[in-house]
Ligand binder design. Structure first.
Ligand code: NOJ
Length: 623
């Protein structure tokens, strides 16, 4: 699917990244360059104030599936507004919403026909204004999905461009093609992420246009300053309406290599290991993604946000950038010494590197790779799912859902949840007949499941009523999961050890100063047990222990980490624990049961820095 497509990007674009096999790290101590902890500078940092987003919890809403207010089987803006108090209840500071703009829905909203209007399926601009008003009342910020790489072919700009209108002629990427032996062929061998050539012939204009995704998603031409200006105005339009920022779609695709003096582009080299000529990875994407100009574009968008804030006040507006690129490229989106970029370039390592059989060394390497590569002074973010990836419980194990929520919420920085992760929703099998995702519909009944993103996009499970309380429609746009009678918000609210209640406990814990400001050390203490230690001078030490497998493990925290107090208390346990919240324990000889994950808090506060080392110290930006 584009799931593979996005995984494609991991495998192919990320060729610079070593995907580590399970069990590949026999000695965790060898892997980290520890930096000395300086008592005075730490104290100074803790006193410095954090920006609103720096230790916030974010939540992605897939709007078609969150809450349907008008009974048509598809979620909408009124439904989201109605449920904002739920997001507040579970500790969310901001929600990013997949596209809600006017769209023919060829890619369910990622094909935008008007960047400054709402699709009737989701409501109206008035409904959007009401959503913003409600978000202010409730205290949950709204972040929109900005889709800059392409529009719909039904966008006015494209229609005018195709008709040769002078003002829009170069808004998209056009080429007459190559004539070989009297036959007209596409200008290059570039491939679409959704399979097949990335070029589509247009009968009216008598030229090919580029579409790195569906042919109904023509690529905008960012070498045209008018396009940049028009898209910057789109950002301003939504900023004026009160959004707190943007998730930015498909960033690596914004630029293609510049054409030569004759207006031609080069072919991309073949990937010999791929035999299917329609496969996106049939060629190596050296001219169509991650071009150097893209960085400046991201910095330009940030300037638009900052200028708006300067002129209008309010909290810092944020950007989250989507790029499944090599980590050295992704971290450049943060910015550099002279330009600010995205506050949160999505960290997709947990999605792309981890699998069901990853061991604790593999987990530690995945987390530490981000921490080590993130530029100094920036904020980390942790993502385990989105609308393009199989749900985390289906990918990494339904019996590991709590531990994964624990991991993303105990690590320093921003946590980003995909709707349903908090209640433990897993993928839903969707028959070929019910399949609607274009990336699967373009294939056939034998292989569609490999490409479909429908399983992770099913309606949210609110309660055990009709359609899980999502909609009163006879038929919802995707089927509701069979497990909704037990996996739903209402039931889980009343079960102390449900996924939902554990998630809520984690989110209150995130307010503790150690978790907001403390250092972090992440390591495999055995092949099966991952440990995360958060520590802050004059404050409590927290440790997350998670046993990935089915053996009972024994952990000695004093051997694993420096500066470990003698006694701890269980502050979060799951249904897999014998221990109860509030039970105390010694820091040596800790038994961790199969698939158990616990958060421990030291009985005493840390008062010494002797032997006190930390691998990563979160800092405020620019200090
Ligand atoms: C990335 C989005 O996450 C995905 O859902 C979409 O299909 C592509 N961009 C194309 O817009």
């Amino acid at each position: 699917m584009i799931k593979r497509l996005l995984l494609f990007l991991l495998v192919s674009i990320c060729s610079g990244v070593t995907v580590v096999s399970a069990g590949g790290f026999p000695n965790y101590h060898a892997h980290f360059d520890f930096i000395a902890w300086d008592k005075h500078s730490v104290a100074a940092k803790v006193n410095a104030s954090q920006k609103w987003w720096q230790s916030a919890a974010f939540y992605q809403i897939y709007p078609r599936s969150f809450k349907d207010s008008n009974g048509d089987g598809v979620g909408d803006l009124k439904g989201i507004a109605e449920q904002l108090p739920y997001l507040k209840e579970i500790g969310i500071a901001a929600t990013w919403i997949s596209p809600i703009y006017k769209s023919p829905m060829a890619d369910f909203g990622y094909d935008v026909a008007n960047f400054t209007d709402i699709d009737p399926i989701f409501g109206t601009l008035d409904d959007f204004d009401a959503l913003i008003a409600k978000s202010r009342e409730v205290g949950v910020k709204i972040i929109l999905d900005f889709v800059p790489n392409h529009s719909s072919d039904e966008h006015e700009w494209f229609k005018k461009s195709a008709a040769g209108d002078n003002d829009y002629k170069d808004f998209y990427v056009w080429h007459p093609g190559r004539v070989v032996n009297g036959t007209r062929l596409p200008p290059t061998n570039w491939m679409s992420v959704f399979r097949g050539s990335a070029w589509q012939w247009h009968e009216t204009r008598k030229e090919y246009y580029l579409h790195q995704f569906l042919s109904k998603q023509p690529d905008l031409n960012y070498r045209n300053p008018k396009v940049r200006a028009a898209m910057n105005d789109v950002l301003r339009f939504w900023l004026r309406r009160g959004v707190a920022g943007f998730r930015i779609d498909a960033v690596p695709f914004a630029f293609e290599v510049a054409p030569d003096t004759n207006g031609n582009w080069p072919d991309e080299p073949r990937n010999d290991w791929v035999v299917d000529p329609d496969d996106y990875n049939y060629v190596k994407h050296i001219y169509t993604v991650d071009q150097p100009e893209t960085l400046d574009l991201v910095y330009e968008w940030r300037r638009v946000l900052d200028e708006f804030q300067k002129a209008n006040g309010g909290d810092e507006r944020v950007m989250l950038t989507e790029a499944y690129s090599p980590i050295d490229v992704v971290v450049k989106y943060y910015g550099n010494d002279t330009a600010e970029g995205a506050q949160m370039p999505f960290n997709f390592l947990m999605i792309s590197w981890l699998s069901n059989d990853s061991d604790a060394y593999h987990f530690a390497e995945t987390v530490n790779t981000w921490l080590k590569n993130m530029p100094a002074g920036r904020t980390a973010n942790w993502v385990i799912g989105n609308h393009d990836q199989n749900r985390v419980g289906s990918r990494l194990g339904a019996d590991r859902i709590d531990m994964l929520n624990m991991l993303t919420n105990i690590l320093p920085g921003v946590s980003i949840s995909y709707y349903g992760e908090e209640i433990g929703m897993t993928d839903v099998w969707i028959s070929w007949n019910d399949t609607v995702d274009p990336s699967a519909c373009h294939t056939n009944p034998d292989i569609y499941e490999r490409f479909s993103r429908d399983p992770e996009r099913t309606p949210f499970q609110w309660n055990d009523a009709q359609n899980a309380g999502f909609s009163t429609a006879k038929k919802t746009w995707l089927p509701v999961a069979d497990d909704y009678k037990t996996v739903n918000v209402l039931r889980e609210r009343n079960d102390a050890l449900s996924h939902l209640n554990i998630y809520k406990q984690l989110h209150s814990l995130r307010n503790e100063s150690t978790l907001r400001h403390g250092s972090v050390e992440v390591k495999a203490v055995t092949q099966n047990v991952l440990a995360v230690k958060r520590m802050l001078l004059n404050d409590y030490t927290y440790v997350l222990l998670m046993n990935l497998y089915d053996s009972t493990e024994e952990v000695d925290l004093k051997r694993a980490f420096d500066n470990i107090p003698d006694e701890f208390e269980y502050v979060i346990v799951t249904g897999k624990s014998k221990a109860k919240r509030g039970d105390t324990l010694k820091s040596t000889g800790i038994q961790i049961l199969p698939k158990e994950a616990v958060v421990l808090r030291s009985a005493t506060k840390l008062t010494t820095t002797v032997g006190y080392f930390a691998y990563y110290v979160p800092k405020n930006e620019k200090n």
